[in-house]
Design a protein around this ligand. Structure first.
Ligand SMILES: [Ca+2]
Length: 215
């Protein structure tokens, strides 16, 4: 703007204005601590969810070592050292194929091996075990450690005989059979004049070694 002639020079002293950055709002800190001293108030309620009992942990098996099904009884209690290859302990009742499937089942034995231990008696003349194969498998059966004669019978999913060994005596009874995928049953039963006996039954994919601890 052009100053008109004759007007005095006027110096206008402007006030110094300092623009301050507004102080940032401090976060509001709420002190939840009770006023000191701490009153003897209500007891602290622990809302944490109670821990469930620690699950039973089994020692991990090295790769390639079959893990047999764990029987529900006859094993060391939780926390006790676990044997490296516990055998399957016969589970009653197992005198029918239905009971064997439900109670005395060795599981899938393709590419696996398992040893079971059991005992027959005068009033419990047979023990039936269920197992399954998920592929064609050459299966090895071995019945050993008898003190009286026991017989061995392999049956298909309908309970029909596939193979049976009934020679007398307490020598090991064993055979191999190539079986199609499916469900099978193996029966251990008292031979003639036998009062029953403890025994060791090993059922394994013939390509697998006998379980080490049960050899
Ligand atoms: Ca039985």
């Amino acid at each position: 703007m052009t100053k008109p002639a004759g007007l005095p020079n006027v110096t206008v002293q402007l006030p110094t204005i300092t623009i301050q950055n507004p102080t940032p709002a401090r976060p509001i800190v709420v002190d939840h601590r009770p006023a000191s001293p701490t009153p003897a108030g209500p007891s602290i309620v622990d809302h944490r969810v109670p821990r469930p009992p620690a699950p039973i942990s089994y020692a991990p098996q090295p790769a390639g070592v079959p893990t047999p099904p764990r029987p529900s009884v006859g094993q060391p209690s939780a926390g006790a050292p676990q044997p490296p290859n516990p055998y399957f302990l016969e589970q009653e009742s197992n005198n029918t194929i239905a009971d064997a499937r439900a109670n005395n089942n060795l599981g899938n034995l393709s590419a696996k091996a398992i040893t079971a231990k059991g005992e027959t008696a005068r009033d419990d003349i047979k023990d039936i075990y269920a197992f399954s194969l998920d592929q064609q498998t050459n299966v090895s059966f071995s019945l050993a450690e008898m003190n009286q004669n026991l017989n061995l019978k392999l049956m298909d999913s309908q309970g029909r005989k596939v193979k049976e060994l009934t020679q007398s005596g307490t020598d090991v009874k064993e055979f191999q059979k190539t079986l199609a995928p499916g469900d099978y049953f193996v029966k251990v039963f008292n031979g003639s004049h036998s009062q029953g006996s403890s025994y060791k039954l090993t059922v394994r994919d013939a390509s697998q070694p006998t379980p080490a601890s049960a050899a």
